[in-house]
Design a protein around this ligand. Structure first.
Ligand SMILES: Cc1cc2nc3c(=O)[nH]c(=O)nc-3n(C[C@H](O)[C@H](O)[C@H](O)COP(=O)(O)OP(=O)(O)OC[C@H]3O[C@@H](n4cnc5c(N)ncnc54)[C@H](O)[C@@H]3O)c2cc1C
Ligand SMILES: *[C@@H]1O[C@H](CO)[C@@H](O)[C@H](O)[C@H]1NC(C)=O
Ligand SMILES: *[C@@H]1O[C@H](CO)[C@@H](O)[C@H](O)[C@H]1NC(C)=O
Ligand SMILES: *[C@@H]1O[C@H](CO)[C@@H](O)[C@H](O)[C@H]1NC(C)=O
Ligand SMILES: *[C@@H]1O[C@H](CO)[C@@H](O)[C@H](O)[C@H]1NC(C)=O
Ligand SMILES: *[C@@H]1O[C@H](CO)[C@@H](O)[C@H](O)[C@H]1NC(C)=O
Ligand SMILES: *[C@@H]1O[C@H](CO)[C@@H](O)[C@H](O)[C@H]1NC(C)=O
Length: 536
């Protein structure tokens, strides 16, 4: 099993030793920051000066820039390996300079858009020296309602995309994730699921063009990159193949009025019956209706006692009346009342889903400050068979023992079952009932707390083994989990890559490797879980 490498003192010491040895063997490594700065300046165009985009550790704003997009406080410690430089690209030519110079000076490049990677691999590295190419300045959202399309740059957030669409139309939306500060660069290139996936599929199912910069520093679009590479960057993770500058997306139609609800049921309130029924109906319901199920541990009715709370959170693409009749036919066990249903516009529903109070103005979507910042660990699973009632109760007893980890089930069906598994690198299509997310958050700083809460999460994952996919035990790339394997990008890179690769991509892994080998044979675009090249 992998460890949480940036917390590990051992690896940090190793990192220091490498740096120390490096300072004798190669001056360009010890002062990577200085030669890199010089190279970037040498390779920038006078019309687009680069110096104001360069942050070296001797600049007082360096820490601020670094921390601005750290979205997991587990990686906001003094032990966390730090980049030798941050380039906050202001122009596409800056990205080109970064790619050329990183290769010239053998400095590893990490690409960061929204910084929401659960394992921080967009801004932390096990190899040194490394620097960050930060994309947050490249964030335009150009919506063309007549064509029902938009170009969105990698540094935009989901909130900016949703806001940009809603500012021009009340009847268009886009199927992507729930948290508005998530970045386009990582989210779109890694799959992207949200509460409209039963009707419209994933984000990657709605991408029609892209602009990327390849290992030679060339800007390519769909036509010039070809269908293989275009396929790979719709779910295979952008960071293995190039720097994504922008995606062109198809907007989808949404009704002027949608309906949401959030209804909790504790174990004492017959959650077993209701959840068991949810398992059977949620993946079969009308595709206009998406009902997420989250389960967490809360205080019971008796003092000192804990219980399980199952919360059913819905987006319905229609009005409350139609929703109520659909629910009373298909899922009467939930006992949905009209007072539970809240009608609103689609853009307001994106605010509801991320826990903003009802009535919050839509421009809250433009804030780049996350509502909550914590230390966190996430894992994922896929379920293909109904979990029996005694199985559910066994899981709940374990959860009460562990107390902190939560479970979220996101139902499939609808469009998700119709799209062939080879259409995009994302392979988890027909045959799945729902996706599981394991989520543990904590406030305490330090390695000991991190180890403790990560271990709780792994325990719950082990308890779930009988109920989830096997051979391989499938996982979702956007729910980055270094427990699935780490690539050191050395001689064993292909073998190491297969370990996590088949879990994230199943049969699509081989095609990703072939494409990678063609477009980046030197493995410049690499990270702890990138797609490896074929061994010679
Ligand atoms: C609070 C929260 C809520 C989330 N909700 C959802 C959800 O509802 N649905 C869902 O599917 N996922 C969700 N995620 C996961 C999220 O989709 C992934 O973490 C995603 O990769 C984040 O993208 P980013 O640009 O913010 O991340 P980053 O950390 O910047 O990047 C993630 C990965 O993509 C690479 N990358 C980033 N930009 C580029 C680029 N321009 N070109 C090439 N490679 C690039 C990075 O190098 C890194 O490997 C959530 C995450 C968080 C923290
Ligand atoms: C930058 O350019 C100068 C002058 O052309 C050259 O001497 C120097 O080696 C270059 N530095 C790097 C790091 O490319
Ligand atoms: C570059 O790194 C070296 C060694 O870590 C450090 O001494 C120096 O101050 C750094 N320079 C800049 C420009 O940050
Ligand atoms: C940081 O170091 C670089 C290179 O050594 C130098 O050019 C720059 O002026 C320094 N900046 C500050 C703020 O000290
Ligand atoms: C990250 O760490 C720095 C330095 O310890 C601290 O000042 C900052 O508040 C931290 N960020 C958050 C969001 O806690
Ligand atoms: C739980 O189920 C029992 C038996 O079906 C029923 O009598 C009771 O009212 C239900 N409780 C709740 C809170 O729905
Ligand atoms: C749960 O109960 C504990 C005591 O057992 C108490 O300290 C805590 O505040 C309660 N939490 C909530 C959310 O009521």
């Amino acid at each position: 099993m992998g460890t949480s490498f940036p917390n590990s003192k051992t690896l940090y010491l190793f990192f220091l030793i490498v740096l120390f040895i490096g300072s004798f063997s190669s001056p360009s490594k010890a002062f990577a920051n200085e030669s890199l700065t010089q190279c970037l300046i040498n390779h920038s165009q006078p019309s687009h000066p680069i110096t104001s985009a360069i942050y070296t550790p001797n600049k007082s704003s360096y820490s601020n820039v670094l921390q601005s997009y750290i979205r997991n406080l587990r990686f906001n410690t003094s032990d966390t390996p730090k980049p030798t430089l941050i380039l906050t690209a202001l122009h596409e030519s800056h990205v080109q300079a970064a790619i050329v110079c990183a290769q010239k000076l053998s400095v590893q490049m990490k690409i960061r858009s929204g910084g929401h990677d659960y394992e921080g691999i967009s801004y932390v590295s096990i190899s040194s020296p490394f620097f960050i190419l930060d994309m947050f300045n490249l964030r335009s959202v150009d919506v063309d309602i007549e064509a029902e399309m938009a170009w969105v740059q990698a540094g935009a957030t989901l909130g900016e995309v949703y806001y940009g669409i809603a500012a021009k139309s009340k009847v268009h939306g886009f199927p992507a994730g729930v948290c508005p500060t998530v970045g386009v660069g990582g989210h779109f290139s890694g799959g992207g699921y949200g509460n409209m996936m039963r009707k419209y599929g994933l984000t990657v199912d709605n991408i029609v063009d892209a602009r990327i910069i390849n290992v030679n520093g060339e800007i390519l679009d769909r036509e010039s990159m070809g269908e293989d590479l275009f396929w790979a960057i719709r779910g295979g993770g952008g960071a293995s193949f190039g720097v994504v500058l922008a995606y062109k997306i198809n907007l989808v139609r949404v009704p002027q009025t949608v309906t949401v609800f959030s209804v909790p049921r504790t174990w004492e309130q017959n959650a077993t019956e209701v959840v068991y029924k949810w398992e059977q109906v949620a993946p079969q319901l009308h595709e206009d209706l998406f009902i997420r199920l989250t389960m967490d541990v809360v205080n019971g009715t008796k003092a000192g006692e804990k219980t399980i709370r199952a919360t059913f959170i819905a987006l319905f693409l229609g009005d409350a009346q139609r929703l109520l009749s659909l629910m009373s036919n298909s899922f009467p066990e939930l006992g949905l009342r009209s007072s539970d249903c809240i009608e609103m516009s689609w853009v307001e529903s994106t605010l509801f889903w991320t826990n903003f109070p009802i009535g919050t103005p839509a421009d809250a979507l433009l804030s780049r400050t996350p509502q909550v910042l914590t230390h966190l660990k996430r894992k994922s699973d896929y379920v293909k068979q109904i979990i029996p009632k005694d199985g559910l109760e066994l899981i709940w007893r374990r959860m009460i023992e562990l107390e902190r980890p939560m479970l979220t089930f996101n139902p499939y069906g609808g469009k998700m079952g119709e799209i062939p598994a080879t259409n995009t690198p994302f392979p988890h299509r027909a045959g799945n009932l729902w996706k599981v997310q394991y989520a543990t958050n904590w406030d305490e700083n330090g390695d000991e707390a991190a180890r403790h809460y990560i271990e709780l999460t792994r325990k719950l994952y082990r308890y779930m083994t009988p109920f989830v996919s096997k051979n391989p035990r499938e996982a979702f790339l956007n729910y980055r989990d270094l427990d699935l394997g780490i690539n050191h990008n050395g001689d064993e890179s292909y073998e190491e890559g297969r370990v996590y690769g088949v879990k994230y991509f199943k049969g699509n892994f081989n095609r990703l490797v072939e494409i990678k080998t063609k477009v980046d044979p030197g493995n410049f675009f690499r990270n702890e879980q990138s797609i490896p090249v074929l061994p010679q």
